[in-house]
Design a protein around this ligand. Structure first.
Ligand code: PMP
Length: 386
C-alpha cells in the first residue's frame, strides 16, 4: 500500500474489461484473430467534413484558448441544432462546451454536490458516474433496475430511495449498458418527482443521436431546470477529440463558467472548430447513414444471440449495446467473458463492470464492429456454446 495515495482511490476501481483487453492484445500479438464486441465507441472514423474543418483550424493557427464556456459560434451551433432537430429553444448562454461528456459530468456534479450528498442512479449503469460522485465526497446510491421494469429507472425508484441527503438523480437515456431509452412520460414523471423534492435531475444524453425507433425527446423539452449532458463522442464519431457539452439552468450559468475556467480553462480549440462542421448537412448525412447501419447490426445480432440462449428481455432502443443475461451458461460474468476470449477469441464486456450491488450475470455486446465481424463472432459462439 502506498499511503501517499489519497484514501478515495481505494474506492475507485478499474474497468474489468481492461484486463480482458490487455489479454486480447497479447493473443493478437501471438497471431490470433479476436472479434471485438467489447468496445464502447463507434468503429467508424470521424466524418471527413469534420476532419477537414479540424485540419483547417490547425493550419490557420486556431491553437489558443477559447473562452472557458466554449467558442460562441459552437454554443450557437449547438443551440441551433436543438432547434432544428427537436424544435426547442435553448439559449446558447446555457450551453457550456466541455472536454467530453466526462468533463460535463464533472462540472454538473461539482456544481450540485456538497460533501455527504447522495445521488440516485441506476444499477447497472455507466460506472464512472459513481466514481465522479465519490471524488466529490458525495455518495452514489445505485438502485437495481431489473428486467421486470424493462431496466427503466422510474419515479418509483426515486420515491423509495429519496432521503434528506439526496441532492440529485442522474440518468442516462439511452443508457449504457442496457440501451434503454426513457419515454417522454417516464422522463416527465422523473422530473416532477425530483423537482417537487427540491432536487435536480441530470440527464446524460450522450447516445441521443443513436436511437432506432421513435425519435428521442431531449429532457430540455420538458424542463428548464434539468442539467443535460451530451457529447461529440458517440453519434458524431469524435471520441478521441474529447469534446462534449453541458446545458445548465439559467441560474447556474455564471457558476458553471467560473468552474469551467478553473477546472479546464477551455475545451480543445481545434476540436471545437472541427465540431462546427458536425452540424452541416454533409456531416449529418454521413451520420444518418451510420445510425441506420448500427440499427441493421442490432437487428441482426439480437435475435441471433437469443437463439444461442442468451436471455435478452428487451429490445434496446438506442446506443450500440445489447445487455444479455448469460446465466444459462455461467453465473460469473467475468469468468465467462474470459472463457470466451481464451477459447474462441470473442471479446465482450462483463456485466460486473456496470453493477455496484448485485453480482451481474450479464454480458454487454457492443455492435461497434462490421457485420462480417459480428457474423464471425456469432459463428464462434455457436460452435462453442452448442
Ligand atoms: N456517459 C456515458 C453513458 C458513456 O457511455 C460515456 C463513454 N463511454 C460517457 C458518458 C463519456 O463520454 P465522453 O467523455 O467520451 O464524451
Amino acid at each position: 500500500m502506498n499511503d501517499r495515495i489519497a484514501r478515495r482511490m481505494e474506492d475507485i476501481k478499474p474497468f474489468q474489461v481492461m484486463e480482458l483487453l490487455a489479454r486480447a492484445k497479447e493473443l493478437e500479438a501471438q497471431g490470433q484473430t479476436i472479434v471485438h464486441m467489447e468496445i464502447g465507441e463507434p468503429d467508424f472514423v470521424t466524418p471527413q467534413p469534420i476532419v477537414e474543418a479540424g485540419i483547417a483550424a490547425l493550419r490557420s493557427g486556431q491553437v489558443h484558448y477559447t473562452p472557458a464556456a466554449g467558442l460562441p459560434a459552437l454554443r450557437e451551433a449547438i443551440a441551433n441544432w436543438y432547434s432544428s432537430s427537436s424544435g426547442i429553444t435553448v439559449s446558447p448562454e446555457r450551453i457550456i462546451v466541455t472536454p467530453g461528456a466526462s468533463g460535463a459530468l464533472l462540472l454538473a456534479l461539482a456544481l450540485l454536490l456538497n460533501p455527504g450528498d447522495t445521488v440516485l442512479m441506476a444499477d447497472p449503469g455507466y460506472p464512472c458516474y459513481r466514481y465522479f460522485v465519490r471524488l466529490l465526497e458525495g455518495k452514489a446510491i445505485c438502485i437495481p433496475v431489473t428486467e421486470e421494469s424493462a431496466y427503466q429507472f422510474t419515479s418509483r425508484h426515486i420515491e423509495s430511495h429519496w432521503t434528506p441527503e439526496t441532492r440529485a438523480v442522474l440518468v442516462a437515456s439511452p443508457a449504457n449498458p442496457t440501451g434503454v431509452l426513457l419515454s417522454q412520460n417516464t422522463l416527465a414523471a422523473l422530473m416532477d418527482s425530483v423537482e417537487s423534492r427540491g432536487g435536480t435531475l441530470v440527464v446524460d444524453e450522450i447516445y441521443h443521436g443513436l436511437v432506432y425507433g421513435d425519435k428521442a425527446t431531449t429532457a430540455l423539452a420538458l424542463s428548464d431546470q434539468t442539467f443535460v449532458i451530451n457529447s461529440f463522442s458517440k453519434y458524431f464519431g469524435m471520441t478521441g477529440w474529447r469534446l462534449g457539452w453541458l446545458v445548465v439552468p439559467k441560474s447556474f450559468i455564471r457558476a458553471a463558467d467560473r468552474l469551467a475556467q478553473n477546472l479546464f480553462l477551455a475545451a480543445s480549440t481545434p476540436a471545437q472548430h472541427a465540431a462546427l462542421a458536425a452540424f452541416k448537412p454533409e456531416a449529418l448525412q454521413i451520420l444518418e447513414t451510420r445510425r441506420v447501419e448500427f440499427q441493421r447490426r442490432r437487428d441482426f445480432l439480437l435475435p441471433e444471440l437469443r437463439d444461442l440462449g442468451f436471455h435478452i428481455p428487451i429490445i434496446p432502443q438506442g446506443a450500440f449495446y445489447i445487455y444479455a443475461d448469460c446465466s444459462r451458461f455461467s453465473a460469473d460474468s467475468f469468468a465467462f467473458a474470459r472463457d470466451l476470449l481464451e477459447n474462441i477469441g470473442v471479446a465482450v464486456t462483463p456485466g460486473i463492470d456496470f453493477g455496484c450491488n448485485a453480482p451481474q450475470q450479464h454480458l454487454r455486446f457492443a455492435y461497434t464492429t462490421s457485420m462480417e465481424q459480428l457474423q464471425e463472432g456469432l459463428g464462434r459462439l455457436q460452435a462453442y456454446l452448442n
